[in-house]
Design a binder for this molecule. Structure first.
Ligand code: MRU
Length: 381
């Protein structure tokens, strides 16, 4: 089985429902931008690049369907306005990952340019939109493969552990095939180190509260037969202290939802703690992200809006029934794991300051700080 979060052919889109993983692989049909908005908000699809691509393709399916029913306006301006309004709506689904806003900005520019041309029609605007959205799907996979290669090379040649022999790497959240169009960013780096025969072991965190690590990253690691061990988020410091040398841990590699112009990085809650732990234990801390995640309009991490999600995502856990001996996949239960009435704060992301980051791995190479200790992210554009 090929891990595929997004299945697309012109006029048809399906997403793998990530709330049901790892126990059931169920694809949901996405027909419209409204379907996509709800799938993103409910986190049936998640991960910064996947969110952007699902949103873009959902609208492509919607306009294609309208055209096939012969209901598409022949007036270029009307189709442009329709697309721009839907893109503005899609961007409201989740605020922190910049990839969606970046995709919407580029797609708007495409339709505005085509609509302004002499002889433009509703159909030509629609076609330009659909082609641009489809290109995002294709580009994401090749970008991730390039990130994997740059990251793997960097880790082997820039860490003490890399000089000793096969390295271990710790990752957080899910940044793999399920969070992208394929291959993944930080998990793509681990895939690439493994493919080069240079991986001793991968470690993944559970990633509370939504367990993207235990449900999704662990699933991908098992699927790919990558030697791996899971720890709870709170075990990371002990892991580095007690097993850092014996497991030859070279780096912590994470993804990103938004990288500010100075390198400050918003990513899944818990990332900041890992960066502090890495610094304390002399392990490199790397961010792997395509350039669509770099937001030069956001000067520092202080300007990044952090999504806060419902407290019940912390207090309730959902999964198939387990009677202590075996799983019953037919019965899904929700159980409470907190005292009734307790207040909960549930920020979905945190910001890791650039000073704790050793390198930002993009599809065009690894950005390191300049001699003055500052990241200049504009260098990759
Ligand atoms: O809330 P999620 O699951 O969408 O958060 C995902 C992350 O934080 C990922 O690390 C990030 O989006 C990068 S995915 C390549």
């Amino acid at each position: 089985m090929v891990l595929q979060a997004i299945k697309y052919k012109r006029g048809e889109l399906q997403i793998l429902d990530q709330l049901k993983l790892p126990h059931a692989e169920v694809y949901d049909d996405i027909h419209t931008s409204t379907d996509a908005w709800h799938a993103i908000k409910e986190m049936r699809t998640r991960g910064a690049p996947a969110i952007a691509i699902v949103a873009a393709l959902a609208l492509a399916v919607e306009v294609e369907t309208i055209a096939r029913k012969n209901e598409l306006s022949s007036v270029a301006e009307e189709v442009k306005v329709f697309i721009v309004e839907k893109l503005d709506y899609l961007v409201t689904s989740r605020p922190t990952a910049v990839n969606l806003a970046d995709a919407a900005r580029k797609l708007k520019k495409t339709v505005e340019t085509v609509a302004a041309k002499d002889g433009a029609s509703g159909a030509s605007v629609k076609d330009a939109y659909v082609e641009a959205a489809e290109k995002m799907l294709v580009d994401d996979v090749s970008d991730n493969e390039a990130i994997g290669k740059h990251g793997a090379d960097w880790i082997v040649s820039n860490t003490e552990a890399g000089k000793i022999g096969p390295v271990s790497v710790l990752t957080h959240c899910n940044t793999g095939s399920l969070a992208t169009a394929g291959y993944g960013t930080a998990l793509g780096v681990i895939r690439s180190v493994h493919a080069n025969g240079a991986l001793k072991h991968a470690f993944c965190t559970e990633t509370r509260p939504y367990n993207q690590g235990s449900r999704l990253t662990a699933f991908e690691l098992v699927h790919d037969n990558i030697p791996a061990t899971m720890v709870t988020d709170s075990m990371a410091a002990a892991l580095l202290r007690l097993r850092g040398k014996s497991d030859n841990i070279a780096a912590i590699v994470v993804g990103a939802d938004r990288v500010a112009a100075n390198g400050d990085t918003a990513n899944k809650i818990g990332t900041y703690s890992l960066a502090i732990n890495a610094r304390q234990h002399g392990v490199k801390f790397l961010v792997a992200a395509p350039r669509t995640t770099i937001d030069l309009h956001t000067k520092t991490g202080a300007d990044i809006v952090i999504e806060e999600r419902p407290g019940k995502e912390v207090t309730l856990v959902k999964g198939p029934r387990h009677d202590g001996q075996s799983l019953d996949l037919n019965v899904v239960e929700t159980v409470s794991i907190a005292a009734n009435g307790i207040n909960v704060w549930n920020p979905a992301f945190d910001v890791t300051p650039a000073e704790l980051i050793d390198g930002i791995i993009t599809e065009v190479g690894v950005v390191e700080k300049d001699a003055d200790g500052v990241f200049r992210m504009e260098k990759v554009f």
